[in-house]
Structure formats: C-alpha cells, structure tokens
Write a protein that binds this ligand. Sequence first.
Ligand code: K7E
Ligand code: CUA
Length: 866
Amino acid sequence: MNSMVKRLSMVAIGALVGVSMASAETELDKVMKERGLTQQDLLAAAKTYTPSGGRDKYIVFSSGGQSGQIMVYGVPSMRILKYIGVFTPEPWQGWGYDDDTKAILAEGKIRGKQITWGDTHHPAISETDGKYDGKWLVINDKANPRLAVIDLKDFVTKQIVVNPVFKSDHGGAFFTPNSEYILEACQYGAPFDNNYHPIEEYKETYRGGVTVWKFDPKIGRIQPDKSFTIEMPPYMQDLSDAGKEASYGWGFTNSFNSEMYTGGIEKGLPPMEAGMSRNDTDFLHVYNWKKLAELAKDDKNVKIINGHRVVPIDVAVKNDALFLIPEPKSPHGVDVSPDGKYIVVCGKLDTHATVYSWDKIKKAIDNKDYAGKDPYGIPILDMKKTAHCQAELGLGPLHNQYGKNWKNGEIYTSLYVDSQVVRWDYLKCKVVDRQNVNYNIGHLCGMEGKTEDPQGDYIIALNKLAIDRFNEIGPLHPQNHQLIDIRGKKMQLLYDMPVPLGEPHQAVAIRASKLKPEVRYKMGTSAFTGKTHIGKTLAGQERIVRKGNHVYVYGTMVRSHINPEHVTVNLGDTVTFYLTNLERAEDETHGFTVDLYNVHTSLEPGKTVAVTFKADKEGVFPYYCTEFCSALHLEMMGYLLVKDPNKKYVSAHKLKMAKMSKEELEKEYKKIVATNAATDKVIQSVVKFLKENHYEKYPVVANLVKDALDQYGKIPEQKKKADEAYKKGDLEKAILFENMIWQYMVKTADVGIRARDLLVKKLATPMSPAAKRGYEAYLEGGCNGCHVIGKVSSGPDLVGVLQRHENGEKWVKEWILHPEKMYDNPYIKSMTNYFNLRMPNQGMTEKQVDDIIEYLKWIDKNANLF
Ligand code: K7E
Ligand code: CUA
C-alpha cells in the first residue's frame, strides 16, 4: 500500500477506535499481529464498521431464494435487519399462524392447492419517473408463478397474486417507470390452459409469454381484472426489463430456447441442455406494452383463458407491437440504461455482452426493415443493424448494473464462470477494471443501479458458492454476499456476508432516506387492510361473546397482562381470539400463543389480530405472551379451559390451607402500602425532572411519558378498591389491590426512567472529542463497575470529584495513575474502609487520564442532569 493510503488509513482508524494516534499505533499493531490483518483489511473495516446505534446509507432487499422470503440488510455495514415472511410461513411474525396472515397465504393457492414455499428471484421497488419512490416492493416466485406485494410502510406482505396461465415464471418482477404495470415473463414453455397436452405437440400447444400486471401505486395492489398476458412462442422467456425515457412504453424479454427443444434423455435423445443451446443465437423479445394494454381492453383483441385476458401473437404482430431480435447464445440478463437509449444483453454461453441501440431498433421497426419472420409470424429485426457494439467480457456474463457515471458508459457485469465483476464502458464496449469474487456470482446489486438515478458507491456480488470463505458447518454452505467499494479507480472488496437463508438471486438497494416506515399502527388496525380491524378492542371493552358454537374473545394486551385471563369453552367449539396491543411505546411488541393449538401471532403496538382454531382437545391450555416484554412478562398469561359438555366432572376436595392471622395480614398490608409510597416518591422525582426539562419538546420522549402516565392513571381506581376492601376488613383483597397498584407503579417507573435517560441524552451539552475518548477509556477501564455517575454505589459518586480536592485535576490524575502511592492518605483510608474496596491501578496512559478528566469536566457541566 502506498504511504498516502497508509497515512489516511491510520487517521481513519484513529478516529474509528476513538483514541489518540500515539496509543492507536501500539494497540492497533498488537491486534493486527494477533489477527493477521493487513493495512488493506483495516481500511476495509473502517469503511464498513458501524458503531453501535449507527445507521446505514442504503437498505438492501434481497430475494431469500428457496426460503420464499425477503431478507433486508444495511449497506455498508451488511447487518441483517429483517426477514420478511412472503410465500412461506414465518413463525416469529406469526406469518401463517394467525387468521390474517393465513388469509394472505391463501391468496397464493393454485388450483385449490395451498403452497407453503416459494422460489423467490427478483425483488423490485416501485418507481416514480423511473426512480425508486420507496413505497412498494414486489417479488416473484419462480416455482409457482406468483407475485407478492410488500408494503414498505410496515415491511409486511399485503397481497399475493397467482399467474392464471403460466406454469412457472422468472422474468419478473419489473416495474414500469411510473409503476403503472409490473412485467412478469414466464420461463418454461407450457400450455396456458390446465389440460394435458403431449410433449410432441410442444410447438403447437405450449406457449411462453409476458404478463403485464396492472398496479395501483396509490393503494399498492395488483389489479388482476385489469391485467393481461402477451402470448409468445415457447422460447423459454427469461429476464426482462421495462424501457424508460427514450424507450418508455416498451418491454424487453430475452429467451434461451429458440430451438424449442423438448429433451427426452430417457428415450435416447440428447439432453435438454444440449438441444436448448444448439443455435448460436436466441431471441430478444421487444414489445409495446403500452399499446398492448390499450388493445387488451377490447374483448375482440383477446382470448379469455382461465378467466384471464390473453393477447394472441397474431393480434400483437398485426398491431406492430411484438418483434424479435437475435441475441448471442442463451442470454440471461437484459438491462436498459438509465436514459433508455441502450439495452445491454449478457450472453451467458457467449463471452460477450451485446449493447443494442434503441434508436436503431426503433428505426428498423418504423421502416419495417425486417430480416425475416419466425415460425409464428413475428417479424425479426437484424442483429447487426440494431446493435451498438459488443464487448468481450469473459466467461459467463449474467447481469448488469449501472454506475453513477453511466452517462459516460459506466456499467458493471457479473461473470458467473470467471467469478468476477467487470467494470466496463457500454458506450465504447471497453473493459476498465476487474474484481475477483468468491465464487460464481449470479446477480450483482448496485445502489439504485437499475433506476434512472444510479448512486454508485458500492456493488454487492451475490455469489452462489462460498466454498472456503467461512467456518465449516456441514455440506450445505451459506451463500456469500460480497460488498465491493466502487468509488476508487480500482474496485476494492470490503466484506463477506454469509447468507444462511437460500439462494439470493437478485437484490435491490435504495437510499435509506427514501424509506419512511411507520413506528406503530393506529390503534386497532389490521396490518393487512390498513383499516380498523373488526376485532378492535380497547381497554374496558374486553368481553367473551358466544354465537352458536363459535366463541369470540375480544381481548387486549398491554404490559403485562392479557385480558381476559380465563376463557372456558366446550369441546368442539370454534374459538376466535381478537387481540389488540394497546401499547404506544415504540418496540413494545407482544406475541400470543395457545398451547397445542398451533397458533401464534405477533402484535406490534396498535395492531389487532385474529387467531381462530377449533377447540378439539379437552383440557387446560395456558396461553401466553411470547415476547419478553417487561420484567413481568412471564406473568403475562391466561388459561383456555376446554370442557366436554357431555361429561360429569367430580369436583376435587379443597385443600385446607393455614390462614394468616389478622395481625400478620395487617403487617403485610402496611408493608405494601409503605413500598407503594416509596415507589411513588421515585416516580414523582422523575416526573418533576421530566417536566422541568420540557420533555414534551422531544416526540420520542413524549411518547414514552404518555405511556408511563397511562399506566399511572390506572392507579386511583385500584386505590379506591383497595381502600374499600380495607374498610370492610377484607385485608386479603386490600393487599391484592395494593399489589396491583405496585405493578402499575413499576411499569410507570420502568418507562419513566427510560424517558428520563433519553431526555438526559438530548439535553446534555455535546462531548468534546477528548471527553468522548475519556468516556471510552472510562468504560474500557471498567471504572463503571464501581462508580455510578450521580449516585454513591460501590464507589463514590464522580459528580463534583474535581471540586472535592485542592488542585482537583492534578489530584485525580495522580490518583488514577498511581493509586497505590496514596493508599496511606487519611482521606483515602477512610474511603477504603467505608466502601471496603480499594481503587485499583488500571494501567492507564497519561493521555487516557487526561481524556478522562475532560469527561469528568463534562459530567460537572451537566451535573444537574444526573
Ligand atoms: Cu440470474 Cu433468477 Cu435473475 Cu438467479 S436469476 S442468478
Ligand atoms: Cu407481552 Cu411478554
């Protein structure tokens, strides 16, 4: 590494670990030696490491492959943030284990069959003017031709639609530039109807095509009744892309079996792979979806198959809306440039990428300049006349992404066989740089790299094989996402992220600032309709309603109880739990399950969910909250009791238990009343602090306070009950109600103290870099093991420590550096006796101690906050 980079990296690392350069070098050298790291490694670490609480610039939505889900992670940290349940049940989110999510999964039934997995390939983010708008996400299932729509307000799947005519799909999902439509190309040729057709009639009765799904970007739903399919020959359509700007209104889909070979290895015929790749070229399909969408509205232009509108090949041809262009052998990716002027197609079995010019294609179409027709009568345009140039990239080019400098031809292509990312110039067809990856890259993900506004910065290589990259975990290896920095002249590999979920195929990245997800649901909302849930239940409305043999429980959940706590039903009843999470505090999620009945749901704040099952087993079934939501989480439970109405139950003899005497009860009562008074004092001091410091100015804090006061507001009612019971002499009951008061107080204090800590952080004067380093050194030295700021604990309070001694700073410095020299000092002796602990020598450097003093000064400046 050159010395400039070396110096820069040292500065970066100095800043990274928050210590001075002098001590960084020694400490860092040690770590580097121990872990065998190079300067280059450190630079990569500095470019990806994200300190606790830090945020990422980009959010990536990656296909979860065979898991049927979507993975969400951040760039550059490569930290996984979420798996979104899509086609496959996902227990944490209750995905497929409560009524509402079961209903979404049921939308994905094909011919009445429930399918509980998916082979997800291509996620796509909705666009406005060809740029990501951060609103909706769509992904395809190749195995069972379906699309799913995910709402980026809550990252939840809202709709699954089944393709009515395809038997598999691959070239989707691709949004048109204003999310008017979503393109979905089929993959394997198959009959559109659901009948048997002999394979010998492949050319006559099997078909390919592209479905053009109408999308309503306002409500984020696909509208099947306004959608249609363009019939195409059974050429095995593959990836697709929508034209933009210059080529707006057109779609591009390639294919890999223009041979229409159908195999038959078991009959002694050459295998599929040989027959399907015999021709030197396959076909790029060019179609005018905009014109076809208009045509498809008229009944006389369509055939209805399985209740779905299909525009036949001859109608598309007659209206000059479907063309073919030869493209090199078994292509894969087709990617339109940000201005829509070029279409880059990768060869897969060819070493070239071919750049087509939209201008030239359009000219050939306008002049009806055809090189011939295919067997189905579709005009073929001449490849040479429509190509702009060809670039020799290497073995197995698959997919493309555009760079920030796309206007000057910056593009990146994955080479599957060569295991490389190539940076090249698609205007001049010249290779610029290569980066090896590990191994067998499929897609690559640029930052908004296929929109009209590519951001550059990074490329992620989505590798199929990891081979030697990670610890051995058995024959099935994780796949490997590799982050590559593309800002420099040379690409630099930064990070390997194992993906333990499925083959990722495509991922799309969006600037995090473009996403505006919700923090909580409006009270009583169904996450799937966005409207008020029919089971919405507020505090005080909890009830159990029987209608015939269906029992409806209208329940609520709030720290730390489920209301109601007992539900008794008859064997054979159907039971529906409607549950509403009444919390407003951020992140206060509850879960709900009933033992044995295979149901589970996740209730984020404000959400209402329904859980239905048949009570077909007699017995006692605890139900409980499945998220550790507070210190009283284990107590957040209840009982479902299922009794057989035809059985006689003999009642058990009640145990005779020793009773507490009146005096003992009185004593216990006084004790709990005193505890409550003391706890209340703590609460009042926190409230005073919050009010004096205008907590209401900080929304996050204000929300917490609101939550705390909610809990606190429930106390008077309980107090009334406790006092009444006491007056009547029912001490047992009085104690229970006083206990309930204590529960509310604990919850109030729990949230209140969190609010106070947050407020302190907002109010405190910012720390100087030296004070920050001092704070780090303070923590690293383990000083917080004995000292608590603002409190005497196992060691003295450090607020004001610099003022307690003559020449305070010097005194404290000496004391930290050489405590043993001062053990005989009378003041120290008395303190040591008092705490029964001696200040140890932590081996701090002078520089560190100076920084700690800066930190202590910061404490003094903010003493009022502790
Ligand atoms: Cu290349 Cu399905 Cu887009 Cu996999 S596909 S890599
Ligand atoms: Cu709610 Cu645990």
